[in-house]
Design a protein around this ligand. Sequence first.
Ligand code: NAD
Length: 471
Amino acid sequence: MKISVIGSGPLGLSNGLVFSAIGKHHVNFVDHDDNVLRALKKGNLPFYEKGLHLLLKKSLKKKRLNFNTMANLDAKNIGQLSLVCVGTSKEGVTDLGSLKEVLQIISRRLELWERPHLVIIKSTLPPLSYEKVIFPLIKNNPYLKLILNPEFMREGQAISDLINDQRVLIGANKISKFNHKLITRLYSHLKSPKISVVHPTQAELIKYMSNSFFAALISLGNDWGRIAEHLPNTDVSQILNFFKNDPRIKENHCDFLNYLRPGVGFGGSCLAKDVQSFVNVGTGLGIVSPMLSSIVSSNNLATRNIIDLSYKIFNGNLAKKKICILGLSFKPQTSDTRSAVGVKLALEYLNIGAHVVCHDFKATMPAELSARGAKQVKNLSEAIKGTHLCILVNNGPQYLKLSEQKLLKLMKNHNFIDGRGLLSNKKFKKIKYFKTGSFFKLTPKTIKSKVKFSNKKSHENFLSENEYLVQ
Ligand SMILES: NC(=O)c1ccc[n+]([C@@H]2O[C@H](COP(=O)([O-])OP(=O)(O)OC[C@H]3O[C@@H](n4cnc5c(N)ncnc54)[C@H](O)[C@@H]3O)[C@@H](O)[C@H]2O)c1
């Protein structure tokens, strides 16, 4: 089949390249950013996503790809259907401007060409977007049929999700046999696809419920963790191992316990934006949703907890301390640093007057960090060398292999915060090892010491920027 994918971000490129390299469809990538398209043509991705470069290489070799700007989208290259994958937020807040623009352009052209076409919206939409924003835009166009098809893939494991997740969620009021067949053909690379057709609002709600469910699990785990950190002889990671054998969890094969592991909080461009937008949808309906409302605040507290712990470790004085951030991207196996916790932490340490060294296997340090004097060091040992504190921010497999011997040899002061709660207290006996969700073995003197902020104002800024619940 010949299809168009509009929007070449992580969503569009991962889907488009799976459809072309694995599904063997011919894909026309469309974007308003000509630079991205030119780079793709030469085999270069605008970001790193595990395995995606191989799919790009394969599809280019097989000549299954086309690249066009929106202006060049025409009756010849648009194909049988279009997947709309543009962003639906601006500066972290839901914004349907790009989506509306794309729909208006396609709608006008289809009328001009007098040609029927199926538009599939993959971008994430707040409930009622279809009813209130999309349907009014397309209802008078006899050529344009539109369905929603929310996406559940996760960056860092996009390809495996797109191949293994058999769920195909379709939001449509009505779907013709012809268009149903097109969808079946589109997803023919799945082994046993389960196509569920629901009302568009239901599809929008499912996606928001899914994102807020996982975000809520992370925040719940982090709340547990912050309490456990003050309870001698406790470790939430060990408790989660005990949970695994709860018959209600074990028998249902729930492997979401990993989300409950206390850590630095979630980052990325989706969870916080979608949860906040979900709360706003409720507010618009006159509904208060305290559980949902507290997810993002709790998440901010998880990140702040790491700063607080650092202050405690250094008796309130972090100025001029050399701090190493291990992991800048919001997840391993991707280079996406949007709203990443590593970046937020680095900025806060810079505000405080610390020296920041960043390490990441795939991501490049955002310009705002280099402009503020942070350094990115490619070699892991070099990054750790001479530091007073290392913070494990993302769970890249190579970080999890760090040995105590290496840290002892390279670091100046041996303070290590395991912000993923993934390593074992048993592995680190000689260094000062702090694991999120586990009782911190700080000396009583240090715990009681009055924390003096070296740069009180910047610390206060951090707190106010990240408003959190005060009971
Ligand atoms: N990133 C993910 O893992 C993921 C997973 C599931 C759902 N989603 C949802 O998918 C959507 C896109 O996410 P993303 O991370 O790929 O976004 P992104 O912002 O990284 O990429 C969007 C792409 O669309 C292009 N674009 C924007 N406006 C355009 C326009 N008017 N015309 C043509 N091209 C335009 C941009 O140049 C960019 O290449 C969002 O709604 C997001 O919530 C993302």
